[in-house]
Unconditional design. Structure first.
Length: 345
C-alpha cells in the first residue's frame, strides 16, 4: 500500500516542470514542506510492518533525494532563462559617444615638441625623482652655492654627509640633460619635456608642480648665433611669423653667458597693452651657452665641444596662447574648463 504510493510519487516527481520561481516554490511546498506529501510518508512509516521497514525506508529516501535534485535542476533552468532575458539588445540604437579633449598643457607641449622635432631635435625623458648629483651638482650648482636657493625643492631622502647623494623631486628637467650627456657623446640635440616640483605656496600664479621643456644642443663650433636663430624660428612657428624676439642678459648656474628671452607682445603687436604691462614685450624662456664646467662634469671635452641650452615653462606658454587667468585651473580637472579646448586639438 505505502509502496504503491511511493511509486506513484516517484513518477510524479520525475516529471515535474516549472516556468518560474513561484511555481518551483509551489512544488517545494507540495512535496517537501512540513505538510508536504513526502513528509506525510515519513509519518506513515511508523505503521509499516517491521519486515518491510528496510525496503520502504530506502524507497522514501530515494524519493526525497529525487525531489530535492529535481527542484534544484528546475531552479537552475529558470535562472538561465532569466539571464538570457537580461542579455544586452545588440540591435538597439547606441548612445552617441562623447569625444574627450586633450588637456591644454598637452596641446601646447605637443605643438612645441613638433616645432623642435622639425628642426632635428629628438625627445629625451628622465626620472622625476632623482639624486642631487644629476639635478644640481653636475649642472654646476656647488653644494653650498646660493643658486640652490632659487629652486627650493622637496627632499625624498636627505644625506647630510654627502649632499650629492640626497634624493629629491627634480626642480627642473635639467636632470634629463645631465643624464643624456653622461650616456652619449656629441653631437647631442635633444628636448626634454616633463613635470617638475618646487616648494612654492599654491596660488593663481604659482604651483608646487608644473611642466617644463628644455633643449640641449652640443657639437663642435656651436655659437650663440645658432641659439638665437633656433629660438627665433621657434617663436615665429608658435606665435606667428611677425613675432620678434629680444635677449636680456641673465644668470643661470649651468650656462655662461645666460639670457632671458622675450617675444613681442602678440596681443598689441609691440605697441604696449595691459597684457605686456605696456612694455610691448613678454618673457617666455631662459637660455644660454652650456657652461664648460657642466660639459666636463658630464664627461664631455669642453675644449672640443660647445653647446647651448634653453628651458621654458609649458604653463607659461599655454597662458600666453590661451590667457588662462589662474594656474590652478590646469590641475583641477574641471570639465567645463577642459571642454573649452575642444577646437584646439
Ligand atoms: Zn601688449
Amino acid at each position: 500500500m505505502i509502496l504503491d504510493k511511493i511509486d506513484q510519487l516517484l513518477k510524479e516527481v520525475s516529471n515535474l516542470s516549472a516556468q518560474n520561481a513561484d511555481e518551483i516554490e509551489q512544488l517545494r511546498l507540495k512535496y517537501l514542506s512540513k505538510k508536504g506529501d513526502i513528509t506525510a510518508l515519513m509519518a506513515d512509516f511508523r505503521n509499516v510492518p517491521a519486515e518491510q521497514k528496510k525496503e520502504v525506508g530506502m524507497k522514501i529516501n530515494e524519493l526525497k533525494q529525487l525531489a530535492q535534485d529535481k527542484l534544484k535542476e528546475l531552479k537552475e533552468c529558470v535562472g538561465q532563462q532569466n539571464k538570457a532575458e537580461d542579455a544586452p539588445d545588440l540591435t538597439r540604437t547606441p548612445y552617441p559617444i562623447r569625444l574627450g579633449t586633450r588637456h591644454p598643457l598637452t596641446i601646447v607641449r605637443n605643438q612645441i615638441i613638433d616645432i623642435f622635432q622639425r628642426m632635428g631635435f629628438t625627445l629625451a625623458e628622465g626620472p622625476e625623482i632623482d639624486d642631487d648629483l644629476h639635478v644640481f651638482t653636475k649642472l654646476n650648482f656647488a653644494p653650498d652655492h646660493p643658486a640652490r636657493d632659487m629652486q627650493d625643492t622637496f627632499f625624498i631622502e636627505s644625506n647630510p654627509n654627502d649632499v650629492t647623494k640626497s634624493v629629491i623631486l627634480r626642480s627642473h628637467t635639467s636632470n634629463d640633460q645631465s643624464r643624456v650627456m653622461e650616456r652619449q657623446q656629441p653631437p647631442i640635440r635633444v628636448i626634454c619635456p616633463g613635470r617638475v616640483f618646487r616648494n612654492e605656496a599654491i596660488s593663481a600664479r604659482a604651483h608646487c608642480f608644473f611642466h617644463q621643456l628644455e633643449g640641449l644642443y652640443i657639437d663642435k663650433n656651436v655659437s650663440f648665433t645658432d641659439l638665437k636663430q633656433v629660438l627665433l624660428t621657434f617663436a615665429r612657428e608658435l606665435f606667428g611669423p611677425d613675432t620678434d624676439i629680444r635677449l636680456r642678459p641673465s644668470y643661470f648656474p649651468f650656462t655662461e653667458p645666460s639670457a632671458e628671452m622675450d617675444i613681442s607682445c602678440h596681443i598689441c603687436g609691440g605697441e604696449g597693452c595691459g597684457f605686456c604691462k605696456h612694455t610691448g614685450w613678454v618673457e617666455i624662456l631662459g637660455c644660454g651657452m652650456v657652461d664648460p664646467n657642466v660639459l666636463e662634469a658630464c664627461g664631455i671635452d669642453s675644449t672640443v665641444y660647445s653647446g647651448y641650452a634653453f628651458g621654458l615653462g609649458i604653463e607659461r606658454i599655454t597662458n600666453l596662447k590661451y590667457h588662462v587667468a589662474d594656474l590652478r585651473m590646469f590641475s583641477e580637472n574641471d570639465v567645463r574648463f577642459l571642454q573649452e579646448f575642444q577646437s584646439a586639438n
